[in-house]
Ligand binder design. Structure first.
Ligand code: GRF
Length: 220
């Protein structure tokens, strides 16, 4: 029985606003959602998302990277917190720290990220500015497993939105963000169910492709 399946214990890592965290936490409230958000960790004490997480009954933790002498020391503290909460999956949601290869490898195929472009286009920062500068007519977002190189890794889910001639980076970001909030919960669900498996560096979806494709409305 699906409802009886054990939920994957998931940590969300944030650095800021946390709107993707909210989307994941919202989806995870459903009784039959296969992931449970057991911990929200921020590397910034002032991350706005922390307030929302606390107000909504999620366990939160600040691991301030500035209080640690090195990236490795920061990650040791992170790993300790994850172990302490028996975390099985990590969802990065606007987490703005680069991770060491050792940490990334340790969480290989158990750590996902959302990036506001159709990867492999427009990796890194200022994504929307990059898209506008390139003059693309379609933008979007990607959920992928994390690999050592920033914004690379097997693609689990993507959604596309139109780019309008009147767009600024701000208006485009807002349109893409809406799509992010739709696909991230679906992607986490697929991963938690074990339905997104890596074959080489590509993902094969065994179940749930229809849910993803229902997001592509023919009227768009
Ligand atoms: C999102 O656009 C996400 O794709 C990117 O950083 C932004 C975080 O926004 N990685 P939020 O904190 O989830 O609101």
């Amino acid at each position: 029985m699906r409802g009886m399946r054990t939920k994957k214990r998931t940590a969300i890592l944030i650095s800021g606003r946390g709107s993707n965290m909210q989307a994941l936490a919202g989806a995870a409230r459903a009784a039959d959602y296969p992931a449970k958000i057991v911990l929200v960790i921020s590397n910034r004490p002032d991350a706005a998302g922390l307030q929302w997480a606390k107000a909504n009954g999620l366990a939160t933790l600040v691991i301030d990277h500035k209080a640690h002498a090195s990236r490795a020391a920061f990650e040791d503290a992170l790993q300790q917190a994850l172990d302490g909460a028996n975390v099985e999956l990590i969802a990065l949601a606007g987490f703005m720290r680069l991770m060491t290869p050792a940490f990334v490898e340790r969480w290989r195929n158990r750590m996902i990220n959302i990036h506001p472009s159709l990867l492999p286009s427009f990796r890194g920062l200022h994504t929307h500015e990059q898209a506008l500068a390139a003059g693309v007519r379609i933008a979007g977002c990607t959920v992928h497993f994390v690999r050592t190189e920033t914004d690379t890794g097997p693609i689990i889910a993507q959604a596309a939105v139109p780019v309008l001639s009147s767009d600024t980076a701000t208006t485009l970001a807002a349109r893409v963000l809406e799509a992010e909030h739709k696909i991230y919960p679906i992607a986490l669900k697929l991963v938690a169910l074990g339905c997104a498996s890596c074959e080489g560096e590509k993902i094969v979806i065994s179940e749930g492709d229809t849910e993803m494709s229902s997001l592509f409305s023919p009227s768009m």
